[in-house]
Write a protein that binds this ligand. Structure first.
Ligand SMILES: C=C(O[C@@H]1C=C(C(=O)O)C=C[C@H]1O)C(=O)O
Length: 354
């Protein structure tokens, strides 16, 4: 029978694939040994990026590129977990969008540590309870996550990668829509689906809680309640989806940063994040920023935060295109230093797709 023949073919392909996967893992483990001898980091975001790009170029279909990416994410995750007890701290609890971002970056095989605050993520990495940390830094609708910026003003840790995660909001409950009279979620999340709620759930009470995961837990135990959270929370807590994609702005995206002990190596498409302070005098910020124009460097972001040292003194957080080791960036940063009371390179890392 033709079906049997085709299934035999699949069996023999699978046997090749599994052999090749293990062969690949053995090479990764050898590389890991070399790195340990040299005292180098096991996880290398710049090399991972090159692997993903190579796979995309090799893939002739019909396998979609997203599927090839997801498969390779897990292949690399499994190898990393075998190489070392890789631990990733993230702003939890489980099933938050930060958890989702962390899993997109590191896969399911590594160990995760859920924390309840952003500063705890930084502490875990600093005291080496975790190898890397994942924190939210900015949402396209809501703006900066100020707690994260404030941590960067003083941390010795480095940004070694970034992730953009489309935020799709989901209404979850095990009770039918017409029985819902109370919705739990984070305050910011209500802000992101205000119009949908007004149109579809006009008489429902909104109750803000500290995380979308907490919202799901409360929705499960409260009669007549639902939660707005991620689809991942629906799987993890076994709650039904009542409505999907209820955010008012399609394209609602959050940017997350991976923090670790070291910068990433240059890839040719990098971003550098810095923090600096300037003297309180006319034109100080203008003079500082003019170094980027002079060296033809594109600035992609600026954020100011109170310094927390002195009233009305500010720190400026700036992202620029390029790597701190690129000659023109290095030159601009040297020049910038001369205009600043303080200047720290927070990290150079592969630029992620938005
Ligand atoms: C194998 C390496 O180490 C890790 C594993 C990778 C992989 O599985 O391809 C890629 C980068 C690193 O995170 C390497 O640096 O080449």
């Amino acid at each position: 029978m033709n079906l049997d023949h085709l299934r035999n073919e699949i069996d023999s392909l699978d046997s090749e694939i599994v052999k090749l996967l293990n062969k690949r893992i053995n090479v990764v483990l050898e590389i890991g040994e070399e790195k340990k001898k040299a005292g180098a980091e096991v996880y290398v975001p710049s090399r991972e990026r090159a692997v993903f790009e190579k796979i995309k170029a090799l893939n002739q279909g019909p396998l979609p590129d997203e599927a090839a990416h997801a498969i390779y994410r897990e292949i690399m995750s499994a190898a990393l977990a075998l190489e070392t007890e890789m631990k990733i701290a993230y702003l939890g609890p489980e099933a938050t969008f930060t958890h989702q971002a962390a899993r997109n970056k590191f896969g399911v095989s590594v160990d995760y540590i859920s924390t309840s605050t952003i500063s705890e993520v930084f502490n875990c990495v600093q005291n080496r309870t975790a190898d890397y940390g994942v924190v939210p830094v900015e949402n396209s609708t809501e703006g900066a996550v100020t707690h994260t910026f404030d941590q960067f003003a003083t941390t010795p840790l480095k940004i070694c990668a970034e992730i953009y995660l489309p935020i799709s909001l989901t209404l979850l409950s095990n009770q039918p829509s017409n029985e819902i009279n109370l919705i739990f979620s984070k305050q910011e999340v209500f802000g992101q689906c205000r119009s949908w709620l007004t149109a579809n759930m006009p008489n429902v009470k909104l109750s803000p809680v500290e995380s979308t995961t907490k919202a799901v837990q409360l929705a499960i135990e409260t009669p007549g309640a639902a939660a707005i959270a991620s689809v991942m929370a629906s799987d993890m807590y076994n709650v039904d989806v009542l409505a999907e994609n209820i955010q008012d702005m399609q394209g609602n995206t959050t940017r997350f940063l991976i923090i670790g002990q070291e910068y990433s190596a240059p890839t040719g498409a990098d971003k550098t994040s810095i923090v600096f302070g300037v003297k309180h005098k006319v034109g100080a910020l203008y003079d500082a920023l003019s170094v980027f124009k002079a060296d033809n460097i594109n600035m992609t972001k600026i954020e100011s935060r109170p310094s927390r040292n002195k009233a009305w003194e500010y720190y400026f957080f700036v992202d620029i295109d390029g790597h701190a080791d690129d000659p023109e960036v290095a030159r601009a940063l040297d020049e910038l230093q001369e205009h600043c009371t303080l200047m720290t390179v927070l990290g150079s890392y592969p630029k992620a797709e938005t």
